[in-house]
Design a protein around this ligand. Sequence first.
Ligand SMILES: [Zn+2]
Length: 476
Amino acid sequence: MSLIQKSYAKAPVLLQEVALSAWGLYWKWLRLGGAFRRELAGWKERESWRRERLEDYQALRLRALLRLALGRTEHYPRLWRSHGLTDSQVLALDPSSLGRLPVTSRHQFSHRPWSVYNGGPGGQRFAIKRATSGTTGTPLTVAFSPRVYQSAYAAVEARGYHWAGVSVRDRRTTIGARSIVPAAQSAPPFWRRNYVERQLYLSAFHLSPLSAAGYCRALNDFAPGLMTGFSSSHYLLASMIESQGLSVHSPVAVVPGSDSCQPHMQRKIESVFGAGVYPLYGMVEQCLLATTCERGSLHVHPDFGIVEIVDRRGRALPPGETGRIVATGLTNTSSLFIRYDTGDVGRWSVDSCPCGRGNLPVLAGLEGRVEDVIRTPEGRELTRLDRLFTNLVGIECAQVVQREPDTLVIRLLVTAAADRESMEREMVGRAVSFVGRMKLEFEYVNEIPRDPNGKFRAVVSLLGRGGDSQSSSSER
Ligand SMILES: [Zn+2]
């Protein structure tokens, strides 16, 4: 713990809120100052461009990005030359031929993050730096110039918040993993005000059945228009509010991000908070952005990044087929991510969205992280294990863990009223149809631990994978 963190932890709540607000002032300037307004206008304008015009824009930005990668980074020229590509071949690529470049993953440069920075080790010395550890725990520090950061934030405002009928300037709550409340604190308040940004920041780590009523009161007192932060925390809080019969304030919209919002979670948050839920899919790397429209589809923004869904060899998959999500960031020209393996899997929708935004392709659900796939003894790979416990009364939170090839451990956080026996019987019955002959074991817990970065994992595989999958998981 640094000296600043130690002093913060010892300070009274009011002083902590002054510190948080000062920090908020700095971040408000970083996010909403400088180029923000101009960038916001750009995102608003391009939103209505036809697909062809967006493709031309992509091609233009891609060419500039490739030139930057060749001239200003260490990682890409070396990688591409080792695959037998000459600089002129690289510079001749467009979005449709981008697949000729190899896929790259974070473990290749996480020990030398500056090798993907524009300008190398010294090039981003004064930039904003943000660390990400991903679900595999491979840490990476990403650098942004203020302009890149403001542009990315403007994209979220234009295509995320505005679509949901809200703005970053509204009264907002964030349930997140910042250490604003000391870990050892056992009594409320587990939230702090950031007066500058009209934000109430709630700690994701202190939420429990015992503290839920306090969180609910804090929300009612603050009355936010917009709620942001972890999907899993909103889901957990909604479940507790419901099971404890509490009444809670309805915001205009909930725009969760940071971790995956599965359909059953989204339905629960919607019904308990009585508000539209618009999950956002982005990454610290700022190499892709997808936001939810009023018809519930997750639209990818082609002017933010080029998104591909590929098989294990990096070849494009047709709509409806699940594969790895590989992204090329067109906005982030400070840290370059080109054909970057995001570690997520998903598929393109086979249907077009009735909202009319045919220019912005639809991701038909993110189906969990690559390492969070269950492998059956017959070799089948399963995702979306939430089917096991969807709609079962009394479950506040659940996690599926595979430690052995033939067994799934279901970790459950349940209410006192839960009928464990009938719940288990129901899950065993459901499992037969898609899990097959695997054994189910149930573990009742008081808390389901999060990753060090605060992310919640619905499905955890602790198995090393065989054959082809092994090479693909060790790539990360
Ligand atoms: Zn739509």
